[in-house]
Write a protein that binds this ligand. Structure first.
Ligand SMILES: [Zn+2]
Length: 413
């Protein structure tokens, strides 16, 4: 199914994806990387160009804009996408490639001869024969996560501003930095957004309307040993590396890890171990859909640390756990209006919506917790955060139509 949006979406995604916007959790700045502002400045100019109002870049690095209402009495709806790409894979020098009228077979990559993408690897691709598929060139991620969301919102905004006869309430747009490192929602964003409810366009397969995410904590375990010259160390040296390894070894391996769990099961994931014989720092993320499950994982980690501490009183082992984000379901299930509206708009397009719990978080998780209910909607993105990342232009067009249906439906008396 071809639409008038296809060429615009393709052109936008290709252009946005070529701009490196990788975030970095180790800089401590806001936004975490200045390169994200390269795309933000472009979006500022484009939003102004299409006639949006109140276009501005906040000092926390978000771009905000308004599409003024064309109808009275409708709720203020926020539309969000994040501009940063994941730190987990190469993201500089993205060369987007359009595979027009995909033939259903294997896709190869100019810059990585050994790499192929096929329906065997990515079953959803098997449903996309005849679509225009966009990939990177083999050595980088594509960044459809979440520049597809940016392209969808920009195309819908351009369409609404060019067609003021379409009835809709006030629409607030926010393009956020640093979502991939959990920093997309600044404490000031809910007030600046000033929406009754909002949607992130940061989901995958067509039909996905998600209102449940993980609840997430992050732990930092610090092991301080006793450092001394190894030549005179007998009876004195306490090696932090041995103790740090012991903690990792004592945590569950064959259960409760990301690689051994799926669906509604949570996990503990040791994702970084840095240091020396003198001192080691472990970083661990804790995930569960329920708060008691999350607390139990924190307790397990503390017990493991205490057990290893007991074997070596001369070391000092500390375990700090801080909250990251919470399952948005806790709030959304009390008022399903935003979810029901998205589902109805989806059915208007002849697509039966599906709601799968997200094994991760979105800007919407945090935004919901801060008082702006914010489910997550599909864009079409697949195989994200790696070299096989791909998206169908026609899926993005369906997401754009969903966006338009949704704001139109919300304005019906
Ligand atoms: Zn994303």
């Amino acid at each position: 199914m071809r639409t008038d949006f296809d060429r615009e979406l393709e052109e936008r995604l290709v252009r946005y994806a070529a701009i490196d916007t990788q975030s970095d959790e180790n800089t401590g700045t806001k936004p975490s990387t200045a390169i994200q502002l390269d795309l933000q400045r472009l979006l500022l100019a484009e939003l102004t160009g299409i006639g949006a109002s109140e276009v501005r870049l906040t000092d926390y690095g978000a771009v905000l804009a308004t599409i003024p209402a064309t109808a009275e009495g409708a709720p203020v709806i926020g539309l969000l996408a994040h501009v940063d790409t994941a730190p987990q894979f190469h993201a500089a020098g993205v060369k987007p490639v359009v595979h027009r009228n995909y033939n259903g077979g294997a896709i190869s990559f100019a810059d990585a001869p050994g790499l192929t993408l096929s329906p065997d690897i990515s079953p959803y691709l098997g449903e996309k024969s005849g679509h225009d598929i966009i990939t990177a060139s083999g050595t980088t991620l594509l960044g459809a996560d979440d520049k597809a969301g940016v392209a969808v919102i920009m195309s819908a905004a351009r369409h609404l501003l060019a067609n003021p006869s379409i009835p809709h309430g006030p629409i607030r747009i926010a393009f956020t930095p640093d979502e991939e490192i959990g920093g997309g929602v600044d404490a000031r964003l809910p007030a600046d957004l000033a929406a009754d409810f909002a949607y992130t366009f940061d989901g995958a397969a067509v039909g996905e309307i998600e209102y449940e995410s993980f609840s997430a904590d992050m732990a930092t375990v610090t092991v301080t040993g006793v450092s001394i010259h190894p030549g005179t160390a007998k009876g004195k040296l306490v090696n932090a590396l041995h103790l740090g390894s012991k903690i990792v070894q004592t945590l569950p391996h064959v259960t409760m890890t990301p690689e051994t769990t799926e669906e509604r099961a949570g996990f503990l994931h040791v994702y970084e171990m840095k240091g020396s014989a003198a001192k080691v720092v472990l970083k661990i993320i804790l995930r569960d859909f329920e708060l008691d499950g999350l607390a139990a994982k924190g307790e397990l980690l503390r017990q493991v640390c205490a057990t290893v501490q007991a074997t070596e009183p001369r070391a000092e082992i500390t375990c700090e756990i801080r909250a990251q984000y919470r399952n948005m379901r806790y709030w959304l299930e009390k008022d399903m209006t935003p979810v029901d509206l998205a589902r109805a708009a989806c059915r208007d397009l002849g697509i039966e919506p599906v709601s799968i719990p997200i094994r991760g978080g979105t800007d919407g998780s945090r935004l919901t917790e801060l008082g702006v209910p914010c489910p997550n909607l599909f864009t079409g993105m697949q195989e994200i955060h790696g070299p096989l990342e791909w998206i169908s232009v026609q899926d993005m067009a369906v997401a754009t139509q969903l966006c338009l249906k949704l704001v139109e439906r919300a304005a019906r008396p």
